[in-house]
Design a protein around this ligand. Structure first.
Ligand SMILES: NC(=O)c1ccc[n+]([C@@H]2O[C@H](COP(=O)([O-])OP(=O)(O)OC[C@H]3O[C@@H](n4cnc5c(N)ncnc54)[C@H](O)[C@@H]3O)[C@@H](O)[C@H]2O)c1
Length: 352
């Protein structure tokens, strides 16, 4: 698949064994940044990659993509004499992607990069679209750039070692992308939910479809000024839930709760029929199982959503379903009614 961007076209190739093949392509002008867990799990496949003189192993945690951590990364790369014509190679999920993408955008004012996404979330969603998102202080994803990689290699065999909860985190973003495509696409993926969990081929079909849907938006609105905004569905709530729970809930599962909450709030405000919430709730709830009763402190969640980078003035800017269950960008007052709806959802509706 080729994706057009402001830096020209870049490719996302599905290739089993792509990561293992990297050892045959190693060059001294590569700088490899890898999830430490991948280095441990795929030691045999990686072989000499793990002895490369410029290798940085990082934990896949929200701490890793804090701005405060970047001086150490820069020092590491400068000590290994990185130059603008070198290649940064990212191997991991969304955390490694965000970290390397931000380095690629800013170090020496731009270094090319290549991405091997290793999580379902990164393979089905975040690997395309150019965004880097970095945390600073307690503000999640508050800094960022639009910096596409030169190429992406999607090796679905890497997903075999993912924890089930990280698989569901990826499915959360896939449910979001299909919801953006419309109610029929959402109902189709919802009906195939168990197949996706059980059958790699079914999963790969929906991964491809999710990327095709996203490609259609990012090629017309790479910089997220218009139509692409609806990809934030579930994210204003999701990021606030992550912040309020100190990131105890994986990103894609917080987004899954966020979509459910967006539907509930939209129905409560009369923007969409209650049936929109009822129709989507069973599969969303199934996807965030294990977190139905996880404590999400209301005040912390509301304080975090008030800081969302999409807000205008004191209004929240949310992506909510409309009368036809189509997703629309809306300005919503952060008032008592909004608070009561959030409280009602968190107190019981999530688990019902
Ligand atoms: N830039 C974007 O467009 C974008 C989009 C969505 C999400 N994000 C960000 O991505 C992050 C979440 O990323 P993620 O869900 O991909 O997870 P992650 O990078 O946090 O990894 C999740 C867990 O899976 C492990 N892991 C990774 N690959 C594995 C494999 N093949 N086998 C076994 N374990 C493996 C990691 O070590 C970690 O424990 C969040 O910080 C989120 O904000 C960015």
């Amino acid at each position: 698949m080729d994706i057009q961007s402001h830096k020209g076209a870049y490719s996302a190739k599905f290739r089993i064994g792509a990561l293992a093949a990297l050892k045959d392509e190693l060059q001294p002008d590569m700088h490899i940044v890898m999830d430490r867990r991948i280095a441990e799990l795929y030691r045999d496949d990686l072989g000499p990659v793990l002895d490369h003189p410029s290798l940085l192993l990082l934990d896949a945690s929200e701490e890793t993509k804090m701005l405060e951590k970047f001086p150490a990364y820069v020092e590491h790369l400068v000590a290994r004499k990185i130059r603008r014509n070198h290649l940064l190679v990212a191997i991991g999920g969304g955390v490694i992607q965000d970290t390397v993408c931000f380095l690629a955008a800013t170090l020496l004012r731009g270094v090319p990069w290549r991405f091997y996404p290793t999580t379902l979330l990164a393979q089905a969603d975040s690997c395309i679209g150019s965004k880097s998102s970095i945390n600073c202080g307690d503000a999640k994803n508050i800094l960022g750039t639009f910096t596409p990689p030169n190429e992406i290699f999607i090796d679905v065999s890497l997903l075999d070692t993912l924890d089930e909860r990280d698989v569901r985190s990826g499915i959360g973003e896939m449910l979001k992308v299909h919801a953006i495509d419309g109610p029929e696409a959402f109902d189709r993926i919802a009906a195939s939910y168990e197949d996706i969990l059980a059958d790699k081929q079914a999963m790969q079909r929906f991964v491809r479809h999710a990327l095709e849907i996203k490609k259609g938006y990012i090629e017309i609105d790479e910089f997220d000024r218009g139509p692409r905004n609806i990809f934030n569905y579930g994210h204003s709530f999701g990021h606030a839930i992550e912040a309020a729970t100190d990131f105890a809930i994986p990103h894609g599962l917080a987004v899954t709760i966020g979509m459910d909450m967006a539907n509930f709030v939209s129905a409560g405000k009369g923007f969409t029929p209650r049936a929109t919430f009822e129709r989507m709730h069973p599969v969303l709830r199934r996807n965030y199982r294990g977190y139905e009763d996880h404590d999400i402190p209301l005040d912390r969640m509301l304080a975090a959503i008030a800081k969302d980078k999409k807000n205008i003035g004191d209004s929240l800017v949310l992506i909510l379903p409309d009368a036809d269950a189509k997703l629309q960008r809306r300005e919503v007052a952060n008032d008592g009614e909004f608070r009561d709806l959030c409280a009602e959802y968190l107190a019981g509706k999530r688990a019902s």
